[in-house]
Write a protein that binds this ligand. Structure first.
Ligand SMILES: O=C(O)[C@H](CS(=O)(=O)O)OP(=O)(O)O
Length: 236
């Protein structure tokens, strides 16, 4: 039987073999939630980029540039890291180059070796689980965390996904057992539970409560987002 492992921070990634696995990358607040919102709004693809300068250079190649650092839109960028902004503006058909504090870095770290990369978010949780169930591959869920540290929201999402994949996959890795239990014990009060998360509190100071609510909505969408080459899109 195939297995699901959870890596709780990109800093721990070297301890996991991610070759030939389905890797699900999650950054609930807010990069991966924003990617799903952008794709839903009609953006054709998203190119994750490590640094602001590289990202900025894609503007002359026709990309919409999205840059965020420490929760704020970076100077000179057209978009920051707000999912709600994509729902409110029309960027249909545009390609986006995106760089964020944690999420896009996590994607960059895994993109060479994984068999496939899916973008995880609560807003498309069940669709991602259904896609994984069609594949005969081990799964590694990589939590983007916050500047290398563990965070609650990415970890509990990982537990939610493991819970959906059980019993079709082995969930015997200790971090998977822990996060699956954490999710199952708190799924009835997820918003309240994650309201305590340091990341949610930090972002509240930026006055983006609507983003937080969006990121915690489960199964708003029924599509998956997948890496194809260097870009993320909705598979045909
Ligand atoms: O913009 C965000 O929500 C965060 C900012 S910070 O890490 O909390 O400063 O970036 P992300 O890459 O989406 O975690």
């Amino acid at each position: 039987m195939k297995k699901v492992e959870i890596c709780l921070s990109p800093e721990l990634l070297h301890l996991y073999d991610h070759q030939d696995k389905v890797v699900v990358i999650v950054d609930i607040f807010r990069a991966t939630s924003t990617m799903i919102a952008a794709l839903h709004s009609g953006v054709s693809s998203i190119l994750p980029v490590m640094d602001l300068d590289t990202c900025r250079s894609f503007q002359s190649k026709g990309y919409l540039i999205a840059g965020e650092r420490d929760g704020k839109k970076a100077a000179g960028f057209e978009m920051g890291n707000s999912p709600v902004a994509y729902l409110e503006e029309n960027h249909k058909g545009r390609k986006v180059a995106m760089t964020t504090t944690n999420g896009t870095v996590a994607i960059e770290k895994t993109k060479e070796a994984a068999s496939s990369i899916l973008i995880g978010a609560f807003v498309n949780l069940s669709a991602t689980a259904a896609e994984i169930l069609t594949q005969d591959k081990d799964v590694l869920i990589l939590c983007a965390g916050w500047k290398g540290k563990f965070n609650l929201e990415d970890s509990i999402y990982a537990g939610a996904l493991a819970s959906k994949l059980h019993p079709h996959f082995l969930t015997e890795c200790d971090s998977t057992i822990a996060m699956k239990n954490l999710y199952e014990g708190n799924s009835h009060r997820l918003q309240l539970f994650l309201g305590q998360a340091s990341h949610a509190k930090r972002l509240e100071n930026h006055g983006i409560d609507r983003d937080i609510d969006f990121c915690l909505e489960i199964d708003r969408y029924d599509f998956v987002a997948k890496m194809k080459g260097n870009e993320i899109s909705i598979p045909e």
